[in-house]
Design a protein around this ligand. Sequence first.
Ligand SMILES: Cc1cc2nc3c(=O)[nH]c(=O)nc-3n(C[C@H](O)[C@H](O)[C@H](O)COP(=O)(O)O)c2cc1C
Length: 184
Amino acid sequence: MKKVNLSPNISTFPMPAAVISVGLGEEANLITLAYVGKVCHDPPIIAVSIRPNRHSYQFIEKYNEFVINYPTIEQLREIDYIGTRSGRDINKWSRLGLTKEEASVVKVPMVKEFPWNMECKVIKRIELGSHVCYFGKVVATHSDPKYVKNEALDPEKFEFPTYIAGNYLEIKKGLLEKHGFSVE
Ligand SMILES: Cc1cc2nc3c(=O)[nH]c(=O)nc-3n(C[C@H](O)[C@H](O)[C@H](O)COP(=O)(O)O)c2cc1C
């Protein structure tokens, strides 16, 4: 197979298009992030990366807490709006009619209208270059029951958008196989 060389900086496979809440009370803000990924099973840890020039940066630095909120495909406009406007200039909650919902462990609010929320406490921070990476221990997870089967996210009900290199994508074809299907 002949292969072409590409820039080391191209986007990899689709990433989440998640909305992170940071900050407390009136100053609480929302930011869309694609750099979000689970990096440890036990304890459960998710890494998120934020550029220091974002308005949200000061709040994650100050409180060491954040909530990952996953909007559905129907909420794509909210995802894009939150990822293209700054909380320095507008209140994204009120502009989008979003409601602050009290979290169970952290003080940062969750987004009530987004059906999947993961409360995280920062356990480590690494300056990588353009972005600062925060490792958040997941301390609570909440879901609309319609996405849940056997106490986990039902992959066949998955309707959260993904993001790659400026494009929002839908995962359309659903389940291919179960983990371990190749084992004889
Ligand atoms: C789909 C998408 C993914 C994004 N991913 C990131 C990211 O991983 N890290 C980051 O710092 N900014 C990311 N951004 C940009 C911020 O969301 C954007 O600059 C936002 O307006 C910052 O808001 P704030 O200034 O209120 O914090 C992304 C934007 C979009 C639309």
